[in-house]
Design a binder for this molecule. Sequence first.
Ligand code: F6P
Length: 327
Amino acid sequence: MQSIKKVGIFTSGGDAPGMNACIRASVRTALHAGKSVVGVYHGYQGMIDSNFEEMSSRSVSNIIQLGGTILKTARCKAFRTKEGRQQAYDNIKTAGIDGLIAIGGDGTFTGAEIFSREHNIPVVCIPGTIDNDLYGSDFTLGYDTATNTVIEAIDKIRDTAASHDRLFFVEVMGRDSGCIALNAGIAGGAEAILLPEKATAIQDLCSQLEIAAKGNKASTIVIVAEGEKNGGAYNVAKAVKDRFDFYDTKVTILGHLQRGGSPSSFDRVLASRLGFAAVRHLLAGSTRVMVGLWGNEIRTTPLEEALNNKAFKLSEDMLEMVEVLSI
Ligand code: F6P
């Protein structure tokens, strides 16, 4: 095994708060070990376009508190083709990059796994997505910040909902994962939560809302994950509205504001630990693994195992608790 001399670092897929703190940690850990570091802009697209920049310790000054990613990000279709990956490999080889740190979600991990096998280039991945849906880490970068953003929004909506005796449907991100919806819903005192992992019949939701209505509640908030099976908050609100005509019904879609903002202290510390560990593992010879938090330990998981397992397992107990606590 030849030792790595130049580490390429990139972010890919949806941005997440904490990515910058993680770039900072990765860059500085590699520099501290005497390696050169290249930032790759726009994820896999940047490899295909040779969008590279040499990084110093000062390139990552004053970014630990910033949301988004200074390296930019993209979802790259060309990288899904063999030709695209060949072009990317030729470019990183010409740039002298001989090891990669990838920060992103499952799409990023899938690309890294294929690319690393195809071209024998070492890659260590770091879980960065607000969805918290990656097996191999109790938490992904950005999830804590995003959940806190959602809770802040729910609290504000509660103020106005209670003042007008209204029924609100609040849609949160999560095409395939209900982790944000479930936990932010519990923390925000939601009356009901709809998740992608479980089909909820409108009739069942109405029964839940009837209990809330009979309890003389001043406000009712239903959290709807964007990927739930009835088609999102507008559709659910439309279906429920006719049966609860005494309610003034409103819909709020939180959308991409959930992805922005300064990372929480939890995300900054997690980002620093994962960036540090990822580079150390890469330089020690690991490849096709992700680093993740297990309890309070940082561990590695093979990418293949991470990609073949589901992270967020819906807890029926928690859903039952939502019903009980909202009486
Ligand atoms: O994967 C993170 C995520 O924010 C999902 O929760 C959401 O469904 C998706 O990205 C939105 O992606 P885009 O910004 O490309 O519309």
